[in-house]
Design a protein around this ligand. Structure first.
Ligand SMILES: NC(=O)c1ccc[n+]([C@@H]2O[C@H](COP(=O)([O-])OP(=O)(O)OC[C@H]3O[C@@H](n4cnc5c(N)ncnc54)[C@H](OP(=O)(O)O)[C@@H]3O)[C@@H](O)[C@H]2O)c1
Length: 299
């Protein structure tokens, strides 16, 4: 069996990659917490701060993985504006640390990036479109891509967006937050002018495993297949989950005044990922229906 390290294994994507990989790889899961959130699957777990190069080196050399799936990140977009130093350490320096040791032993890195590397003036984007991040999170993720590009390790970069799904102890995402709010009969205001492709985390995890299986070391846009604005996505969530859509009110980004600027007209064209990785990426409704079947299990 080949060895795989999954960083951020307690996060949403990390848990999904673990579910896909646990039976076919010998897995070492890494995260910042003292214990693994998933205690059902067979894998080793180590608490490790990826910003500590010496510890990263020791751990990776000891486990000697063929692959590192880097699902760890500082993912709070607004907090990245307040905590720039920490955001850079986790999103960029940690990747440098992984490269530093991966190149010594020929480990391939599968890294996850984001549509926030684009400015959202002309989406949906293909992989070769010019990046121009608006906020610090996007800047840090673009820099994480660039350190891989400049390195001599083999890597795949899977860019994704509006990730949702269910996991153990994972923090709320747009879909789980909205379901909870509507169940509590809470009125919510959702922007009509932010466009993107909502992505079921399970679809992204399948793409990670396919890039390994098919030896595809390249940049891919891996998201849901449908570009939709947040307000209409919210209405779809209400419809699929049988919740009150009257509680959803429309607003604009200017009115909402979020701390970090968001790419407005974003979105991905996913043909390259679908054809080269041999995967099917769900549209908004399909993804939500799949999600509904697993949602109950995690509540
Ligand atoms: N979520 C989205 O909508 C979205 C969109 C586009 C791209 N992405 C990218 O997709 C990837 C996975 O996202 P996700 O939503 O699954 O993330 P997540 O749920 O926030 O998981 C990330 C995990 O990494 C851990 N971590 C943070 N700092 C660490 C450190 N120094 N050392 C070790 N572990 C550390 C986090 O711990 P704490 O929770 O304690 O911080 C968390 O368990 C990330 O690269 C993200 O940038 C996400």
């Amino acid at each position: 069996m080949e060895n795989m390290i999954i960083t951020g294994v307690n996060g949403l994507l990390g848990q999904k990659v673990l579910e896909e990989a646990a039976s076919n790889f010998s897995v070492l899961g890494i995260d910042i917490h003292d214990y693994p959130f998933n205690t059902k699957l067979k894998f080793q777990y180590e608490r490790l701060d990826l910003t500590d190069r010496r510890l990263v080196k020791d751990t990776v050399l000891k486990f000697y993985p063929q692959y590192i799936v880097n699902a760890a990140a500082f993912t709070n977009v607004d907090e990245c504006e307040n905590q720039k130093e920490l955001c850079w350490k986790v999103n960029v320096e940690a990747v440098e640390n992984l490269i530093y040791v991966a190149r010594k032993i020929g480990t391939k890195i599968i890294h996850i990036s984001t549509d926030y590397i684009f400015d959202g003036s002309a989406g949906p984007y293909v992989e070769t479109d010019v990046s121009a991040p608006l906020g610090f999170y996007g800047k840090s993720k673009l820099a994480s891509e660039n350190v891989l590009l400049a390195s001599d390790v083999e890597y795949a970069i899977l860019r994704t967006m509006v990730l949702y799904g269910a996991g153990i102890n994972v923090r709320p995402n747009f879909v789980t937050w909205l379901i909870q709010a509507l169940k509590n009969k809470q009125q919510v205001t959702i922007v009509t002018d932010q466009f993107g492709n909502p992505t079921l985390a399970d679809d992204l995890a399948a793409a990670v495993l396919q890039s390994i299986k098919l030896n595809k070391w390249d940049i891919f846009h891996v998201s849901g297949s449908e570009v939709i604005d947040r307000y209409n996505f919210a209405l779809k969530i209400a419809e699929v989950f049988g919740l009150e859509s009257e509680l959803i009110k429309a607003t604009t980004s200017a009115q909402l005044n979020q701390q970090a600027l968001r790419p407005l007209k974003s979105g991905f064209i996913v043909e390259k990922a679908e054809s080269e990785l041999g995967i099917h990426l769900s549209n908004a409704e399909e993804g939500l229906k799949k999600f509904k079947r697993q949602y109950k299990k995690y509540r």
